[in-house]
Design a protein around this ligand. Structure first.
Ligand SMILES: [Zn+2]
Length: 128
């Protein structure tokens, strides 16, 4: 009993100590630079609006449709991260049927891996 609250107290004390110790100027600069980088991990190439590193591609796409609706068919004009992103077809079902020039990079990657494992298999068999 009371073990949990002891753990909490210990953690609170640790946090208090860390705050007291503070960070050196260098550490502060480094973390500030990292925060700056993270907060501008994605930048729209058209209007230069930045997005956090943890922004979802759907959010980036939302920016495209909201600010640059004329680019919604080629969102990579705004963000490279949107390559292959198709909001109307999240499962890639339409892409197979429709003649739209969507990027099929993910499929290619899978195929490559398959080829590689086949090659490895063949190599292993030959080696024996
Ligand atoms: Zn923009």
């Amino acid at each position: 009993m009371g073990k949990g609250s002891n753990v909490q107290k210990a953690q609170a004390a640790r946090e208090r100590n860390q705050k007291k110790l503070g960070k050196s100027d260098e550490e502060r600069k480094a973390s500030a630079a990292k925060v700056k980088l993270d907060s501008a991990a994605f930048m729209c190439k058209i209007c230069r609006q930045t997005f956090m590193v943890n922004a979802k591609t759907s959010l980036l796409y939302l920016h495209v449709t909201a600010k640059h609706p004329e680019k919604k068919d080629e969102p990579t004009v705004c963000f490279d991260a949107l390559a292959g992103y198709d909001p109307a077809d999240p499962d890639g079902l339409k892409a197979a049927a429709a003649p739209v020039a969507t990027v099929v990079k993910p499929k290619k990657v899978v195929k490559k891996e398959d080829d590689l494992s086949l090659l490895l298999d063949a190599g292993l068999k030959k080696g024996k």
